[in-house]
Design a binder for this molecule. Structure first.
Ligand SMILES: *Cc1c(COP(=O)(O)O)cnc(C)c1O
Length: 435
């Protein structure tokens, strides 16, 4: 599906395949290399491979926040609402829309991904009365599964959650989904890129499966936006949500976004009736009436400082261009897979991500029975920050705007050192509360 995948394969491996020379050559030829300077890098020795959980701080974000606090909040006070705060959800939503193949007016920034998912799942199920199943897969993110269970319990209309199984623990085939979707399906909702394996669903094909059965399709783009081009309108997607603190670099807890296909906006209802989603909000009328268009999916006062901090990261992605970001991401995951093959597979690591770059997002999961303790040793003594995902995955996230090929080369050398020197053995095997 991502059309750039094939063309993006790096040049044939040289004699030094995966070596430092090759990393330097690839960095030298990288048209996005200059974007690394647009991020705050306090410790050049630290290799950051967790941009798929929390993106780095864009250099422009701190000055923007300083302006928003000191000049706008400090000086302009309540006037700030009329000078950009009130429309920021729409303005930044319009920019995000350009990253995911939507038009301005199809996307707003609001709430968290979990809450947006709740709003759109309820809206979708009510738009398909009489249909009783919600189809998802077992690779979906936990919060998505919980929200679906909670909505079904809340509505109390006997909906059933059908969780399609993965045959190999990494992917879920279209055939499996096709078997799960039928005339009783109200909604098909999936994470476009699976958080654990990085498997990427064929969005257009699965959306079309849903539509042929008369169901709606809702995609969680949290692990896709900012990592690859997404074409919501071309794929005729009905609904989408996603977060802005991963590859969009919006900051910890940054507000999320939601997308509703233009021709559905007027017929779907937000289940949370707040004043920001009301028509003519400042009439302060006693009864709720939905605002026109996408605005009805807003709820209450946005966290303005966090909202404004999202914009610099979005601007960098727009400037870089999602096709170029994807091309580099594919070249980097391919490079990392080659490094794994040569240096980490012999040390007991398995590749827990798809081989085919067209069906793979921007991280690589490596399985190892000691992944938890290896992760801790990397963080504590090797200045590498990957993350650990239960039960045995070391996730190496690649953010093409600031990850270099040399980073990947050095990270793999450090991972190999931790295993070869058995450094992980000094760490307890109990899982810390936060991973
Ligand atoms: C990160 C992520 C979330 C996070 O949801 P929050 O409400 O921001 O905690 C949800 N879904 C997916 C697929 C994610 O990757």
């Amino acid at each position: 599906m991502p059309a750039t995948a094939r063309a993006a394969r790096p040049a044939p491996a040289s004699a030094d395949a995966g070596g430092l020379e090759e990393a330097r050559r690839l960095d030298g030829a990288d048209p996005l290399a200059r974007f690394r300077r647009e991020f705050v890098v306090k410790d050049p020795r630290l290799i950051y491979l967790d941009g798929n959980s929390l993106g780095r701080l864009p250099r422009q974000a701190a000055p923007r926040l300083r302006e928003a606090t000191e000049r706008e909040w400090g000086g302009r006070l309540i006037r700030g609402w009329g000078e950009g705060w009130f429309t920021a959800s729409q303005r930044i939503g319009a920019k995000l829309a350009a990253l995911i193949g939507g038009a301005p007016g199809d996307v707003v920034v609001s709430d968290s991904t979990s809450v947006n998912l709740f709003k759109l799942v309820v809206a979708a199920l009510r738009a398909r009365p009489g249909r009783r199943t919600v189809v998802t897969d077992e690779m979906n993110f936990p919060t998505d599964l919980y929200v679906l269970q909670g909505v079904i319990e809340l509505l109390g209309r006997g909906h059933r959650l059908v969780v399609a199984k993965s045959e190999d623990g990494l992917t879920v085939s279209e055939e499996t989904l096709a078997r799960a979707i039928d005339a009783d399906t109200a909604l098909v909702t999936l994470s476009h890129t699976a958080y654990r394996s990085a498997f990427v669903h064929d969005m257009a094909a699965v959306t079309s499966l849903a539509h042929r059965a008369g169901a709606l399709a809702l995609w969680d783009l949290s692990h896709s936006i900012g990592a690859m081009p997404v074409e919501l309108a071309a794929a005729e997607v009905d609904l989408a949500v996603g977060c802005t603190y991963k590859y969009v670099n919006g900051g910890p807890g940054a507000p999320a976004f939601l997308y509703v296909r233009r021709d559905l906006q007027e017929s779907l209802a937000n289940p949370v009736w707040g004043w920001f989603g009301r028509r003519d909000q400042f009439d302060m009328a006693p009864d709720y009436r939905p605002a026109p268009g996408i605005l009805r999916f807003l709820v209450g006062t946005p966290p303005v400082l966090s909202l404004l901090a999202v914009e610099p990261g979005v601007d960098l992605l727009l400037e870089a261009g999602m096709d170029r970001v994807r091309t580099k991401s594919v070249a980097q995951t391919e490079y990392l897979v080659r490094l794994w093959e040569r240096q980490l597979q012999p040390l007991g690591f398995t590749l827990n991500s798809p081989r085919d770059p067209a069906r793979r997002g921007s991280h690589i999961s490596l399985g190892h029975p000691e992944a938890l303790r290896i992760d801790r040793a990397l963080i504590d003594e090797m200045a590498v920050l990957p993350d650990f995902r239960y039960p045995d995955n070391l996730r190496l996230g690649i953010a093409p705007l600031y990850t270099s090929f040399a980073d990947l080369h050095e990270a793999v050398a450090r991972i190999a050192r931790v295993v070869r020197d058995r450094r992980y053995e000094r760490y307890p095997a109990e899982r810390p509360t936060i991973t």
